[in-house]
Design a protein around this ligand. Structure first.
Ligand code: SF4
Ligand code: SF4
Length: 679
């Protein structure tokens, strides 16, 4: 039944249909244009390629709702399922409105309603309407009654309007269909014998009513249905509904970088470092701000937020978005006139919009980026804010001293009495200067070479390689800090100087393959040195130990460590997806039982040492490492194994502070296997 063929007073249905549609589209387009203008105030982005792969992956994630369902946990968080139900319903509804409202009602393709296609679609829609009601009803209850911590601050009028519109709209649809059935104009196909169950059931409410009454109800529901759709359309760009569009583009335009890598700055030509003001974000960083749906997943996973620091990744994104929307109109006007950005609105971000304590609290652990369902990147913005602070020399004293140490001595351990080869004394380990013809370079890293506790990892791993007959060498005094702490503390200049110096040395010895026990060195050399034409095959020591065990070149002796839990280092796990190898190695230890912490693998909790934080004071809130050690203690494990010298050091301190030395030990996997194979 075509509503658009009716007259409403003297107004033809067509005019009403297209009139309100045109107004809605104009309001929608007006705001989208504004948002695009603000977005493209941003700086250029480069490096886009492999379009097919990114488009197909994004659509696969969105349509399957894996982007949400990856966070589903049956006992802890079922909200992603609610979102998936709403989203699947939304996709089907969009198709329905295209075919049966725009084409059928708008363009008069009345025949569409008399096809088997319509019949089957009506069935699917019937179920989808119920899915959406369940999903949105669940969302309303969670957000406004249960109020989980991660939605704190998100119970806004906006969220209410969105959920209410999503919740009520399917009712209008179902009643619209019910009146059609009650009028005896049920969807065609299969001889009208089996009708869509929910709308069919609702049609009984009209039994006994006169046809004209039902027709009037039908008109009312049809227009309620259509007007709700148009209201939602208009509300999309004015609210966080925007994520339904922005998130798809955000996925497609994800930076083509390895997961753990930061973008380099072209220091020779850069007019500014990092993001001093909102117009200095790139357009893709602005798109991130539009995509955020304020779900709070990042907040929930953030170790800094969890331990009471002022940093909340969700708030960082929302604060930047607010600033973009505030400054946007004046910046667009100034740009159009070719005038400089007005300083009263284009305020300094670091210290004003995002506070310094927020900026320095980040460990760059990647929990936020990994959990975000809409591909928002937080670390790049936080490091960009640090870059700007460093440019102005506004940084904590300890960070300053660390950076100076890297610059002057080539390592961040300013108080160390060791030199780079002390750990190898008496071990008969050659340097590449002595013999460059090795199969693999052992990149020791500053912490395993220069920290009293860290050197035990280097010694253990070197012994394992010697036992297995690996032909390896070290750089010795020619090795210098890989630059990870400098880059993540925001000092891109020092980082690039370190990277270039190291690449030159490595190329000088024609190094092809590198093994390291430090996930930070691993990530930097593997994922970031290619930005400076340093291309090497890099493996982590857990990968090499695992291979040597499989080949029988390392023999496991006794184990008997009792109960062991494994802590996933962020730069090994989340940033580089190495989860399996460490666990496989630990399972080889006889007499040892592996227990998992609740927060493991992708959801692992940071040790607190990444992002240069190993060298900064942790003044606010609980120490992140102590929180993680509490998680270890709750497993009743006697030993926490790790595969990173930063984690090891953080946990040694935390165990001492908690006076748990008698019941809990921390060891690197290399130490455990070396001990076991020596027995
Ligand atoms: S990287 Fe880690 S510490 Fe930094 S904001 Fe994200 S979750 Fe928080
Ligand atoms: S940034 Fe991502 S995870 Fe964080 S609130 Fe926004 S959508 Fe959710």
């Amino acid at each position: 039944m075509l509503m658009t063929r009716n007259y409403f007073g003297f107004i033809p249905g067509y005019a009403l249909f297209w009139g309100v549609f045109a107004i809605a589209l104009l309001l929608f387009a007006y705001r989208i244009r504004q948002l695009l203008q603000y977005m493209f105030l941003g700086q250029k982005e480069t490096g886009y390629k492999s379009w097919g792969k990114w488009i197909s992956t994004t659509f696969a994630y969105v349509f399957s709702q894996l982007c949400q369902l990856k966070n589903f946990r049956f006992k802890k968080d079922r909200a992603p399922l609610g979102h998936a139900l709403m989203a699947w319903g939304f996709f089907v509804f969009v198709l329905f409105y295209f075919f049966f409202f725009i084409l059928a009602q708008g363009f008069g393709f009345a025949g569409l309603e008399n096809t088997g296609f319509f019949y089957y679609f009506a069935w699917v829609m019937d179920f989808m309407a119920v899915f959406i009601i369940i999903g949105a009803g669940w969302g309303l209850i969670r957000r406004f009654i249960i109020r989980p911590a991660r939605l704190k601050g998100g119970q806004t009028i906006e969220a209410f309007i969105i959920l209410l519109s999503v919740f009520t709209h399917p009712f209008a649809f179902l009643f619209n269909q019910a009146t059609v059935i009650a009028m005896g104009e049920a969807p065609a196909g299969l001889g009208h014998t089996i009708l869509p169950p929910f709308s069919s059931w609702l049609s009984h409410l009209f039994t006994g009513s006169a046809l004209t009454v039902i027709q009037n109800w039908h008109i009312a529901f049809f227009w309620t249905d259509w007007l709700t759709v148009l209201l939602v359309l208009v509300y999309i760009p004015y609210s966080r509904y925007l994520h339904v569009i922005a998130s798809i583009f955000n996925g497609i335009f994800e930076p083509r970088l390895p997961k753990g890598a930061l973008k380099p700055i072209d220091l020779e030509h850069a007019e500014f470092l990092g993001i001093p003001t909102i117009d200095k974000l790139t357009w893709k960083q602005n798109l991130d701000l539009y995509a955020c749906v304020v779900c709070g997943n990042c907040q929930e996973q953030c170790p800094a937020f969890t331990t009471g620091k002022p940093l909340n990744p969700k708030k960082v994104i929302q604060d930047l978005k607010k600033q973009l929307l505030i400054a946007g109109p004046d910046l667009v006007k100034a740009k159009a006139k070719g005038e400089p950005a007005p300083e009263n609105v284009n305020v300094t971000l670091a210290g004003k919009v995002i506070l310094e304590d927020e900026i320095w609290a980040c460990t760059t652990c990647g929990a936020c980026d990994t959990t975000c369902p809409v591909w928002v990147k937080h670390i790049d913005k936080i490091v960009d804010l640090r870059r700007n602070l460093v440019e102005q020399s506004i940084l904590p004293e300890t960070a300053k001293a660390t950076l100076q140490s890297i610059e002057r001595r080539g390592h961040p351990w300013r108080g160390t009495t060791l030199n780079r080869t002390d750990w190898a004394k008496g071990m008969n380990i050659k340097t590449l200067a002595e013999d460059p013809k090795v199969d693999i370079l052992y990149w020791v890293g500053c912490t395993e070479a220069l920290d009293e506790r860290g050197i035990k990892i280097a010694q253990s791993f070197a012994k394992l390689m010697q036992q297995a007959g690996v032909n390896f060498g070290i750089l010795g005094t020619e090795e210098s800090c890989c630059g990870d702490p400098a880059r993540r503390l925001g000092d891109e200049m020092t980082y690039q100087a370190q990277a270039q110096k190291n690449i030159e040395v490595l190329k000088g010895y024609n190094v092809k393959k590198i093994v390291t026990g430090c996930p930070h060195c691993y990530n930097t050399i593997k994922n970031e040195y290619p930005q400076f034409e340093g291309n090497f095959e890099v493996i982590h020591h857990t990968e090499l130990i695992g291979d040597l065990l499989k080949q029988g070149k390392i023999k496991i002796g006794k184990g008997d460590y009792g109960s062991i839990t494994f802590h996933d280092p962020c730069y090994l796990g989340r940033h580089n997806d190495i989860y399996r190898q460490p666990r496989e190695i630990l399972k080889e230890l006889p007499g040892t039982k592996m227990v998992e912490m609740e927060k493991n693998r992708k959801r692992a909790f940071c040790c607190g040492g990444g992002g240069g934080r190993l060298w900064l004071e942790e003044r606010i809130g609980q120490r992140i490492s102590e929180n993680r050690i509490d998680q270890v203690i709750s497993t009743k494990a006697q030993l926490v194994a790790t595969a990173c010298p930063y984690c090891l050091q953080m946990f040694e301190d935390a165990i001492k502070t908690k006076q748990a030395q008698d019941t809990l030990k921390v060891k690197d996997i290399a130490e455990l296997i070396a001990e076991s194979s020596a027995k």
